[in-house]
Every structure is written in C-alpha cells, then in structure tokens.
Design a protein around this ligand. Structure first.
Ligand SMILES: *[C@@H]1O[C@H](CO)[C@@H](O)[C@H](O)[C@H]1NC(C)=O
Ligand SMILES: *[C@@H]1O[C@H](CO)[C@@H](O)[C@H](O)[C@H]1NC(C)=O
Length: 423
C-alpha cells in the first residue's frame, strides 16, 4: 500500500528547487551512518537504530531483526543494484544530502486491515507496519520497496504507473527473499533465503487478464519484472538494472506506462516480443527465477487451463471469457503420445505473439519455437511436453491500470488448429 497523493506538492517543490543556472553540486559519498530525524512521522522515544533506519516502537530481538532485514534490503538495492538511496530527500535535486534514516513505525493496526503503508513527508518516505508483520519481509520490505520507488522520483504523481507500484514492491520483496542478486546482502546481515510467494493461480490460471490489472493481478504480476531482470532470452538492453532503469529512463511527467519505458530500454527486439516470450516461458515458470519452477511443478495439476472449446477436427476456439486481454495470454498444454510432429496454426484478426513451448520432462531443458506467419511446427519427442502460448500483443496503449479502458480490456478472439496433438 502507498499513499501517492501526498507527494503532489512535493513534486512541484522539486521543480522549483533548482532554478535554471543553479550550479549542481557534485554528490558527496554518503556517510556511514545517516542522521535520525524524528520529525518524519510521529517520532517517539522507544526505537532501534541502524545506520540507514530507525524502527520506532520495537526494541530487543524484534527491533534488531527488523533493522537487520532492512539493512540487507538497503545493501541489495542501493549498494548492489545502485538504486537512488532512500536516505536522500525527494527534494534533493543534486543528491548532495543530508542523508537521513528511513523511519519505520510499529503500530497495532492500520485502516483497511492493511499490514503496512508507506507515507512521505518533507521528501522522505516513512513506513508504518503492523507489529506482528514487522519482521516479515513480504510486508516490511514490500513497503520499503515503495520507499525506494518514491526515492527514485519519476513515478511519483504519474497515475499510469500507480498499479505498478505494487508490482514493483512485491518484486522488491521477492528479490530480497529469493534472488542470488541479494545473496551477498542477505548473508552480510544474517538473513536467510526464504520461499517465494509466486501466485500461479493468478499468473497462470488467469493469464488472460491485462498484464497488470489494478483490480485483479497487480500485486501478483511481479514475475514479469523478474523475467526482465533475469533476462533468460538475452534481450539486449534488459537485465539486472531494468527495474531501476524503468524509473531512471521514465519520460518525465509524461504519464507513460512502465511498459513504454521498458520498450525504450530495449536495444534489440520489441516489447511485444518480450511480453510474448515472458508468457512462453511462464508455461513452465522458466523465467530465470531460482525457485518459481519448483512451485509450478508442485502446483501445475491444480491450475486452470480451460481456455479453449473444441470445435472438432483439431480446431479450437478461445472461450470468450478467457480471450487474452492487453499483454495477457493463454497457455494451452497439449496432449500427445510418443514422438510426433506438432503443428499449430492461429487464425485471428488481432495482433499476437505465439510460441510453441517445449520442455524435456527428464532433463527440464526447454526450447521455444516462435510462430511465423500464423503457425509453428516442431518434432516433439516422447520425453518432451509442449504447450501453445498465445499472447495478445498490440501496439502499446497509454492507460491507467486502475481504470482500464475498453481498448485495453478487449480480448483477442482466435481459433487454434492442431495436428499431431490435441488441446
Ligand atoms: C543467454 O546468454 C547466456 C550467457 O551467455 C547463455 O548461457 C544462454 O544460453 C543465453 N540464452 C539464450 C536463450 O540465448
Ligand atoms: C530428453 O532427455 C532425455 C534424458 O536425458 C534424453 O534421452 C532425450 O534425448 C532428451 N530429448 C530431447 C528431444 O532432447
């Protein structure tokens, strides 16, 4: 949760802060220990301090565990991944400092049954977290993810990034918990690797939804950001700095969507190909994430794949309620016996990116065959399984994912014709 509206006047303040011609000071190295500022949030007399955080209302083991977790997150995102420091004010145009601690308040409850919330004051983020969740990274590091997004500046007051704040915050929490990118930071502060909370019922079971829909899957769609980060298809321009570059390269005050920014980061291929390949790999949760696939293998038999209606003779029509919406997809497992040549054809008037996703069930080795001119064909051996993945990939549309227009919710109508296998 975050309260973005609070930042409106701050954005104007930064615009006024450095008139043209003001010399920009060189950024000084940050101090080892940041300054505490009890005027950010309600303050208090009981707290636990660490170099970059002050946690009010928590002492002893809880306080220590909370600041160690937050310091590990700071170390991963700011030191390793080079995000703008959460110690710098939003209003600091030259990053000269002062550097302040992020204040975190342990509270007994929050409105709307929230577990945590991010606020901002005087250009600093501050967090409230319900006491029972204080040491839970899925809550506290998620809220800190909002603080880091706020410190990165460019998404503030850009409503078309609004729903994606939650996608990013959950990606920050998952990356903190599971990623090799944060392994050094976790070990430095005695934090263990923990289980991913990937929600495959939403991601795969409802893959037809708009990629990020602020009523349905915006907290859940963080694996898309993991895919961009791990970049298993080696798209030039994507990689471990992509989420931060999504802030740094955001076209200022344009109110573009994050996909517009990611599209600009690409130095080869198109964002439609990236989205298509994300879904092709999501067929087997093969996105470069260290533990998502083991969750997939444990849960795949209970996921909803009822996307098509058979018309007979190997022809299938997408169910109208499951037509893939903007940048969403259908994932269709195929049935076959032995070694066969599978051919799949798609008929539609829409714009799509489709892939035959193939996985060796003994070795786990995957391969992905792109559709060209409406079809794809591959020999699929007796030791392999295959799925057809159809993503709705039109030209990008500027929109607010909290208020999806009909151009974005419009589904892709298509028929799929199969030989060598059935759906
Ligand atoms: C991407 O690059 C890595 C490192 O060079 C390589 O191991 C991998 O096979 C490449 N992946 C693809 C899909 O080309
Ligand atoms: C799949 O893996 C098995 C076991 O290693 C191997 O024998 C087989 O050749 C592989 N199949 C393909 C098509 O790569």
């Amino acid at each position: 949760m975050f309260k973005q509206a609070l930042a409106l006047s701050l954005f104007q303040a930064v615009a006024n802060a450095a008139p043209a011609g003001t010399p920009v000071q060189a950024a000084a190295a940050p101090p080892a220990t940041f300054t505490a500022d009890p005027s950010i949030g309600p303050g208090g007399s009981s707290y636990t301090d660490s170099p970059h955080f002050r946690v009010y209302g928590a002492t002893g083991t809880t306080g220590t565990n909370t600041v160690n977790m937050l310091e590990a997150a700071y170390s991963c995102f700011v030191d390793t991944l080079a995000w703008r420091s959460s110690g710098l004010s939003f209003n600091d145009a030259s990053d000269a400092g002062p550097y302040k601690k992020v204040n975190v308040y342990s509270v007994s409850s929050l409105s709307g049954n929230a577990a945590g919330v991010m606020h901002s004051d005087a250009g600093m983020s501050w967090l409230e977290v319900v006491d029972t969740y204080l040491t839970v990274p899925g809550v506290t590091v998620h809220e800190y993810g909002h603080g880091l997004t706020y410190a990165a500046k460019t998404w503030v007051d850009q409503g078309n990034t609004g729903a994606w704040w939650e996608t990013v915050a959950n990606w920050v929490a998952d990356t903190y918990k599971t990623s090799p990118l944060c392994a050094t930071a976790r070990s430095k502060y005695g934090q263990s690797t923990s289980a991913t909370e990937i929600d495959l019922n939403t991601i795969i079971g409802n893959s037809y939804l708009v990629l990020v829909d602020g009523t349905a899957n915006y907290y859940e769609q963080w694996p898309f950001l993991s895919y961009l980060t791990y970049n298993p298809d080696n798209f030039s321009g994507l990689g471990q700095s992509t989420v931060y570059q999504g802030f740094a390269q955001y076209s200022k005050n344009s109110n573009e969507t994050p996909l517009h920014t990611y599209a600009r980061l690409l130095k080869s291929g198109t964002i439609q190909q990236v989205v298509g390949r994300y879904w092709a790999r999501m067929a087997f949760a093969d996105i470069g994430h260290p533990t998502a696939q083991s969750v997939f293998l444990a849960q795949r038999n209970s996921l909803n794949y009822a996307n098509l209606d058979s018309q007979g003779s190997g022809v299938y029509k997408v169910k109208s309620a499951r037509q893939p919406r903007y940048m969403g997809a259908n994932i269709v497992p195929l049935k076959k016996s032995g070694t066969v040549t599978v051919t799949a054809k798609i008929t539609t008037s829409g714009s799509y990116t489709a892939t035959l996703s193939i996985r060796n069930t003994s070795t786990g080795v995957t391969r992905y065959v792109d559709f060209a001119s409406g079809s794809a064909s591959a020999s699929v051996s007796s030791s392999e399984e295959a799925m057809v993945v159809v993503a709705n990939t039109p030209a990008l549309i500027v929109h607010d994912a909290f208020n999806i227009p009909s151009t974005v919710s419009k589904g892709l109508d298509y028929t799929l014709t199969l030989t060598g296998a059935t759906a």
